[in-house]
Write a protein that binds this ligand. Structure first.
Ligand SMILES: NC(=O)c1ccc[n+]([C@@H]2O[C@H](COP(=O)([O-])OP(=O)(O)OC[C@H]3O[C@@H](n4cnc5c(N)ncnc54)[C@H](O)[C@@H]3O)[C@@H](O)[C@H]2O)c1
Length: 393
């Protein structure tokens, strides 16, 4: 295929060269002169995009130089990346491209940026957002052996533009990656949360290292290797479904005790505090949703399930009750139903129902509203809101 690359830097050049090595005809453009014997270097965007079926844009989305992490940044005001270069390159590429061509943005951007800022520049070619999960030092290998390939389209459709890109990637991949096709916004999210997931993992294992140093008699490798062997829950896809927060008799109180330890060992930071604060704020956000709906529709709130998980009679660390606590605070104390704790059921309720447990324990009137944080419940009788899914289609 005829492929173009705009931006031949640390990411763009190795990727363009791999594509050329796989037998495609590749042109490239950069504002600086780039030495390459595999890519046909062009001196303007116009020449670079001419006759190309797919044009990739891998230009920088730089941060403020003070924010690169080699010096402390935690005290600095949080800032977005700068998108000026992407704006100008997309505008210029658009000018010289047409509907038969696909323009593909690779650069990293925050969720919402493409829809808010970029698509207005694209009227001629078709457009997808396709960020890369690639590490420095292994760019070329990573490109053709990725965990996943993200392809973002306006409405997440898997046909047309997304399919064209998948068909192209199939000609170069050395493994069999999963193709994750979603909206622009979803792919922006996958990319940045992939990176921050790694940062969080590293933050956690290095916290164990700090505890080993400060506590004594601990080899951090013993701890991390044991946890790495917990392939059912820790190094697996377990807990990779958003829904109700962490609960039960152990996790919340362990984190609280670890806050104490962080202070006592003088670690100098308290990630547990951040985790617990997030848990509480997330519960409050959910409560605000329920209370807003309850007020709008003049309905009481019902918590469907109050045990910390379905099928047990324990309410220790119940996230559902935590949400209920915030509903109270917001002036709408909820009713509760849970067959492991009380009887109930049978009668029909008229309410805004939080589906804290995925099985609905009661019958509902047709003017009830179910808020389902697991996004699986459906009904023809009453309204169901899939909490956490804000896609339009
Ligand atoms: N480097 C990586 O491993 C990696 C991985 C994933 C995503 N990304 C993202 O990809 C994007 C590019 O990253 P990078 O590391 O290759 O940056 P880089 O700075 O190494 O390369 C960017 C290239 O774009 C060129 N450029 C600047 N302005 C231009 C313009 N107006 N027209 C054409 N070319 C222009 C620069 O001269 C440079 O060669 C960033 O958004 C980055 O976050 C990078």
């Amino acid at each position: 295929m005829k492929i173009g690359f705009i931006g031949l830097g640390k990411l763009g050049l190795p990727c363009a060269e791999v594509v050329a090595q796989k037998g495609h005809d590749v042109t490239g453009y950069d504002i600086v002169d780039v030495q390459t014997d595999k890519v046909q270097f062009k001196t303007t965007i116009q020449e670079c995009v001419k006759d190309r079926e797919i044009v990739f844009v891998a230009v920088p989305t730089p941060h403020d130089p003070a924010y690169d992490g080699r010096a402390p940044t935690a005290h600095l005001e949080p800032k977005d990346f700068s998108y000026d270069i992407v704006h100008s390159v997309l505008k210029e590429a658009n000018e010289y491209m047409n509907k038969d061509q696909l323009l593909v943005l690779i650069s990293t951007v925050l969720p919402g940026t493409t829809r808010r800022e970029f698509v207005q520049h694209i009227s001629n070619p078709r457009f997808v957002y396709n960020p890369y999960l690639i590490a420095m030092g292994t760019v070329a290998w990573d490109m053709v052996n990725p965990d996943i390939v993200m392809i973002g389209t306006e409405d997440g459709t898997e046909t047309g533009d997304a399919k064209q890109l998948v068909d192209f990637y199939k000609t170069i991949m050395e493994n069999d990656p999963s193709y994750e096709i979603g909206t622009w916004d979803e792919c922006e999210c996958i990319k940045v949360f992939y990176n921050t997931f790694i940062s969080t993992k590293i933050g956690l294992v290095n916290m164990m290292q700090d505890v080993a140093e400060k506590q004594g008699n601990i080899n951090v490798d013993k701890v991390t290797e044991a946890l790495a062997n917990c392939t059912k829950r820790i190094t697996s896809s377990a807990y990779m479904k958003a829904g109700m927060g962490d609960g039960g008799g152990c996790h919340p109180r362990d984190n609280i005790a670890l806050r104490y330890m962080a202070d006592k060992l003088n670690l100098g930071y308290d990630l547990f505090d951040a985790v617990m604060n997030a848990r509480e704020k997330q519960a409050k956000n959910m409560a605000e949703k329920l209370v807003t709906l309850a007020k709008e529709h003049d309905l009481p709130i019902l918590l469907n399930g109050v045990a910390y998980k379905p099928g047990v009679p324990y309410q220790d660390g119940s996230y559902s009750l935590l949400v209920g606590h915030y509903c109270h605070e917001l002036g709408r104390g909820p009713m509760t139903i849970d067959p492991s704790i009380d009887l109930g059921g049978g009668m029909e309720f008229r309410a805004v129902v939080l589906l804290a447990h995925p099985t609905l324990y009661v019958k509902l009137s047709s003017d009830s509203i179910v808020v389902d944080p697991w996004r699986e419940h459906t009904s023809d009788k009453y309204k169901v809101i899939h909490y956490g899914n804000t896609r339009k289609n």
